[in-house]
Structures are given as structure tokens and as C-alpha cells.
Write a protein that binds this ligand. Sequence first.
Ligand code: NAD
Length: 435
Amino acid sequence: MPFKRNLHERSVYQEPAPIRDHDDPFQSMVERFDIAAEILELDPGFYEYLITPSRVHITAVPVVQDNGRVKMYEGIRVIHNEVLGPSKGGIRFAPDVDIDEVKALAAWMTWKCAVVGVPFGGAKGGVRCNPREMSAGEVERLTRRYTANLIDVFGPDRDIPAPDMNTNAQIMAWILDTYSMHSRRTENAVVTGKPILLGGSAGRKEATGRGVMTVTLAAMEREGMRPDQSTVAVQGFGNVGSIAALLLAEQGCKVVAVSDISGGYYNADGLDVQAMIDYVEANKGSLEGYQQADKISNDELLTLDVDVLVPAAKEDQITKQNAADIQARIIAEGANGPTTPAADDILNSNGVVVIPDILANAGGVTVSYFEWVQDRQGYFWTLDRVNRRLDRSMRQAFDNVYDAAEQYDVSLRIGAYVLGIDKVATALQMRGIYG
Ligand code: NAD
């Protein structure tokens, strides 16, 4: 076909850069960082060092479509900080991936690893694409080319990806294979969240949701709430939301509402979470058409009269527009960055306990670390061992954050930032600035 440039196109990339109607997520991270930095009386030079991403990679990813035509996608990998160890962070495939989002997510990984005591730095990656409109073959080619473009960035001792929104164990297997083809040996420690047969860890798939459950129960205990007398709403029914909902239900909570991109589903008598997971598996990953519940909007779900709210979808869901209407006593942030700084102020003054993302969803990176350790030892743990260590680690991290918040008389979020930043700053002090 002859070459014909469409002069009206704004970009060569398949998905245009998103226009955000909320705060820039990196700015949201910096606003919280500033408060913690002031409490810690952080040296101004260290302040600059710690908010600055160490490396930003932007790469053009060409993909041959099933119809033979080539489409271009924008791939991003941000290494925020490597002071505590090799960088670690998920890769997301979504239409609204952009550089500010990935920079924020990478920084959150740095603080998260420090909060739960995992010896990794922070990174994040993404490709702006719409995997729902792509075939499995197209997603595979996109994954392999993105990996090949970043082959000198990734590595078991350098930078270790994991799943995030719209990426899963299969995609991690393609990353592992592509990396291994280039390095001429199987390198299963280059990614985590891969299939168990390829060196994945028992319990990794459930780890983030399990961690959300553990810290939610810990917060309920501190608040004098009983699981069997508590109701829960969960926004997002993917890896994190569905498992958090299932495990909280197993602990006796009544899960009355869940939602996904198709909308919200409500049943005052409690939803059958396992049946909904089975439905999603059989229905191309969607709750669309689920009948055993009343349909509500995603906005309604957030402001339901429940005891616990678990946002487990994406950033900027609880904002100054809806924060005053939130009725939950506890918010456990399964997602990264679901609450804006302006919303935090409103929630704090209303006495809502927010278990922050960098603590609440750290179960995933904790078991990713266990997976990496198992790969490097070539010796694999039982599910029971993984879960016991995860529970202990999350419980300890919750108590540490709670104590820091009490000590400085701040929210759990700022308590977590203080803990995380202090650890990385102390490590930086010990290592010194090279050059
Ligand atoms: P996923 O792709 O498995 O699931 C995302 C879910 O959110 C899907 O059910 C989707 O339909 C739903 N969703 C998307 N937009 C929505 C909207 N506007 N309203 C309601 N639902 C919506 O992704 P995931 O891995 O579960 O990740 C979810 C969040 O958790 C992300 O913020 C991610 O960064 C964070 N997280 C994930 C992990 C992990 O191990 N997977 C670890 C830590 C944090």
C-alpha cells in the first residue's frame, strides 16, 4: 500500500496521551513527600535526590497487527530509585498510561519497598495501548518488543518487572522468555508474578489482595470493629479487588458491593464473591451482565453506607468532589494513588482511617521479593510458608506505620511516608553520593 501520512493525526502512537481531569499523580506524590520531608527535617540536597527519578526510558514499540499493518505504541520504564537494591515495579498496559503516572507509580514503589522492608528500589513501566482491542498475538508481540527495547534496563540484579493493570502471569512469561533468548540462558528471576511452572511463587497471584485483607483486619482491630459485623464495598474486580473481596468475605465480612469497568453490583444481603470470580473468568474478564445483584454506578459504590471501602481499580477515584460523601470508617487502598491530597484532608477531618497504598497493597511486592529469593536459590516454598511470612510482614509493617503516625501525630499515610523516606534517606547517607 502506498505511504500516505494523515496530516490530522496528533501523534504517531496508536493511543493519544490522556488528558487528566484530576491532579497530576506525580504532584500528588510530591505533596505527601513534602509533609514527610518537613517532619524528618530532610537535607535539601537529599530532598532533591529522593524526589528525582534516577532514569526515565521512553521507547517506541512497533507492533505488526494481525492484518499485517504496523502500529506504533509508546512504552515507558521509569527507575525512580536504587538505593536499597535493584529496582522493582509492575508494568501496566492501559490507554491512559503517561509519563507523570509512571513516575508517580515508580516513586510509590520506592517508598513501599522501604515500608515493608523489602531490599528493592522503585520502578514502574507501562505501554499506552488498549489490550481489550488487541488479539493475544498482538499483545504478545507488543510485550516482546517492549522487553527487547529495554533489554539493557531489565535484569535480575538491575530492574525486575511484575504484573500490574491488564498484565498477568502469561505476559510475565513472555518477558522472561524474551529476556532469556537475548541472554542465552533462562533467567527466571528477571520477572515476578510469572506462572509457578516457570519459577513463580505459590501465593503471588493472591498476595496483594491478601495483604489488603491483613491490614484491613489490623485496622479493624485498632478501631474496635468486628469483621462479622462489618460491611465492605470494593471498587475494581481484577487481581487485587477480587481477592481482597474474597478473603474479607472468608474472614466474616459482608461484601455488599463490587464494581469493575462495566459498573457496580450491589446486594444488601451480601454478594457471593466466589460466584462472581467464576462469572468473570467465564465472561472474558468482565462482570457485565451479572444478574444476582442490583446495578449501581461506580460513583454510588464509593459513597455507600459501608464500614470498609477498598478502592482497587486506579488512581484519583476519591477526590475533593466525593470525599465528603464517603461513609466508610476505613479505606484500604488496594490501588495505587486512589485518593488525591485534597481528598485526604477531607477524609482526615471526618475521622476516616485511610490505610495508604504504600502499605495496603505492599503484599504484592513482598511476595515478589519471596519469588525472586526462591528463583535465585532454586528452591521453592510451600503456599503455607509464603502466606505465613507475608502475614507476618504485613502485620509488622502495619504496626510500624501505626506507631509512626502516633509518634508524629499524623495520618497513617504520612506515617508511612515518614518511615519509607527515612529508611531510603538513611541508606543514601550510608552509601554517600558517588562522584
Ligand atoms: P487488574 O487489571 O487485574 O484489575 C483492574 C480492575 O479495575 C478491573 O476489574 C477493571 O475492570 C477495574 N476498573 C478499571 N477502571 C475502573 C473504574 N473506572 N471503575 C471501576 N472499576 C474499574 O489490575 P490489578 O492488578 O488488580 O490492579 C489494580 C490496582 O492495584 C492498580 O492501581 C495497581 O497499580 C494496584 N496494584 C496491583 C498490584 C498487583 O499485584 N496486581 C500490586 C500493587 C498495587
